[in-house]
Every structure is written in structure tokens, then in C-alpha cells.
Design a protein around this ligand. Sequence first.
Ligand code: BG6
Length: 501
Amino acid sequence: MSTPSTLTQVVVFGASGDLTARKLLPALAGNLRAGALERPLQVIGVARRPKADAAWRDELDPWMEPALRPAWERLRPHVHYRAADSLEAGDVVQLGLELDALARDAGHDVRRVGRLFYLALKPDLFAATVRHLSTAGLLDCAPGDPAAWRRVVVEKPFGHDLPSALALNAALREHLREDQILHIDHYLGKETVQNILAFRFQNAIFEPLWSRVHVESVEITVAESIGVPSGRAGYYDTSGALRDMVQNHLLQVLSLVAMEPPSSMSGGDVRDEKVQVLRSLAPFTPEQVARDVVRARYTAGGNIERGYADEAGVAADSSTETYVAIRASIRNWRWNGVPFFLRSGKGLAKRYTEVVLRFRAPPVDLLGGAVDGELCALRPNDLRLLIQPEEGIRLGFLVKQPGPGAIMRPATLGFDYGALTGGADTAPAYQRLLLDAIEGNPTLFIRDDEVEAAWRFVDSIRAGWAAPDAPPLATYAAGSMGPAEADALFRGCEGIWGDGE
Ligand code: BG6
């Protein structure tokens, strides 16, 4: 791809927030370091408090790890700060003038500047901010000039239920085309998540097995060992594990695992297939929620001294869950009858994310001559996609223990990403996503209709929780792997949750 010589301005609203310093600016520096962002670039942080460019640069310095420092030194002079309240129309008009001035001062034609507006803001500010950007003419693109693009990145949560998501999407669409809105989900930027499609559709040996014919169940676990930090409890208490993790990250991973092959890797084709999966997720009745969904919250335990209920910022009558486990069904030709076990929680024994495909047991146990069900209990074949912190792939099978008799032992074929990265972790998720946002590649961003389909499923669970005879919120001790109730989501000979080992 040729390198554009026109200027790109990345305008970050919410410049004083944690995300900007911790993730966004290091991600831009990371792209520079990787040689992926060789174009004239200006970064403009926007927040309400007045601050000099130099002061903001100084604040960002400590967030750049040593390997990023040389790239950061190159980026630093192009990093600016402008005070503005995005809810004040006049401030946004003024900001526009200052963006033009910054471009002009650096010798660029202001009619040919590409602009990415990154809304690292509270979601209730999205609609008004976009409205003011539009009124100020900041979303107008010069007709026919691809250099003068405008795009807006929005962070989750994208609403808190389907009606609010529809209202938010409609409010954004009043001022932006669909291709200008980028709903970011940082899980999609993780290399190991991107690899799900690459692994499935660039190898001929796995895809034929990838359906109800051979797969008995799928598990997606996103376990976090940290609890809910006090500073975040205010937000978290209005959200909970279902909205904070399942609506976005887990359902996105699920859609990649379950989707049909797209006709190309373009944003349109990939997302057309993902949304089909989300639409095929069977919504729950309240009775099904009582049977197939477990919600729980942690009490003190392990390294976590205070239970969730005692965190500052948690409402006295809060019923927010810090853990959720779901037995979901995808009603389509590929997956009908295959349970998808989803779980995510905070304050768990260990931090790990993985996808496990458990394959059907052989129909007959020829070697062992075992009673029915023994092989089923052994669950000999599985494929584990290790998303984080271990990054790799493991294929499990049985081998015969050398010697007389027929004792079978589990064995594993494995791949570790470290083999490709010289032992280093893969690049941070935001690095890839920011680059794609700048380059206008929407494949790894969530489209409106995906957001809406995900809420339809999640809302059916919330409706079940609100039903008069909904089972009570369970508890689990922090430092454990969650409530015992979640084990009952596996039935008969379906096995048990993985342990991340
Ligand atoms: C965020 C959630 O989207 O993802 C957090 O709001 C969660 O609650 C985080 O801790 C997990 O991200 P990662 O990349 O650390 O798994």
C-alpha cells in the first residue's frame, strides 16, 4: 500500500481518561515502532481542563514502556492538547478551527486532512458529541477526495439494552454513514482472536470437523482473577458481567468460532456472516434462563479482601453479577444441538481466556472394552484455542501407553505464538485496531446490526433474571473458579468446564 502524504489527525475525546494514556497513545507509538504508521500524523487530545501540549506530553511519558520510547520521541512533537467540552457546541466549533490551524501550521492543506475522532467518553456523551461535530462541519468530507475522510470510533458499552442501542445507533446514523462508525471491541484486536478465522479458513483439516457432526460442545471461558476495582465499581454496578463481557467480547468470539466461511475477508462479508450467528442464538424464555444461566457474585477470598457487595460504589441493594455462565444454543444447520458453554467472571482463581471445542467420543471403545460411557467420560479429543495470557493452540487426543495391555493416556499437539514472536507477547489489541481505524478497514469493528443482535440475546437473559421466580444470585468465594451451580449446566455425559490447563 502506498503511504499517504496527506495529514491524518487523530482526535481523542476523553484525553484525561485512563484508556487514552494506558492504551491509545502507546498503541499509536507501537504502530510507529512497527513501521505501520509512516504518514504525517497529529494526535490531538481533548478534555475539559485547560492544559498545555507540553504538560500532556509529560503526563503520557510514563506510560511508554522502554521499547516504545524511540517511537514515542518521534511522535511526541506531533501530540497536542486542546481544551473543549464536547457538550458545548461553541467549544466544538472552536476546536475545529484549532484543528485546521494545527494542520496549516504544519504545512498541510486543510481541505485534505483525514480525521479520526475517538470517543473515549462516557457513552451518554456519544450522541451529543457527534451532533456537535456534525453541526460544526467537522464530519463533512471533501466530495471525491479520499484523503479528507472522517471516521468516529466509539467505545463500549453501546447502550445498555436493545432499545437504548437502537436509539444510540439511530442518533449516530443521523450524522454518519455506517462505514464511518467504528464500534470498537478490543478482543477483536487480539492476535489470538484474529487467528480464529485464519486458523479455520486457511487450513483444510479442521473445517470439515467444525460442526455438529463432530463437535459435541464448545466452551468459551474468559476468566479474570482481579476483582472489580473500587474506582470502577460505580460503572460496573450498572453493568455486571453479562453486559460488560458477554454482550461484546464473548459473543464476538462466539461469532468467529461459529460463523460460516465468508466470501471474502472484507468488512462487509465477514460481518454479514458474524451477524447471522448472533441472530441464530436462541433467545431464552424465563424458564430457560432459570435452567441454563447462572449468575453469581464473589465474596471475600484468596487475595481479594472485600466481597463485591462491600466495594465502595456498589449500591446497598445491588443485584449486579460479577460472574455469569450460560448454556447457549445456536439454531442453525451447522450447530443445532451443540451446547455453547459461555462463562466469564471476576475474582476467579486464574486469569485466562480460551475456546475449547470438544469432539464427540468414538462410538465404540475397542481397546479398553469398557462399559458404555467410559470413553465419553474421558472426552479424548479437544481443540483448545488459548487466547490469553498463554497464546497458543492445543489438540488433545489419546495414545496407547507403551507396554502390554491397552492403557490410554492423554497427549497433546501444541503450538505457541512465542515460536513466531521470539517469545514476546503479540502486539496489544489497540495497536491493530487503531491502525485499521486510520486505514479505514472495518473488518475488526462491530457493525450496528451485530450490536443489536447481541443485545436481543442478552436482553432475554436479563428478562429472565427480572422474572418473579428467577433463581437468586449465587455466590462464590473470590479465588475459586465460580459457583458450583455452574457445573450443572453440563448434563449427562457432556463433561465439565475446562480448567485452563
Ligand atoms: C473490558 C471490561 O472491556 O475488558 C473489563 O470492561 C475487563 O471489565 C476487560 O476487565 C478485560 O480485558 P482483557 O483484555 O484484560 O481480557
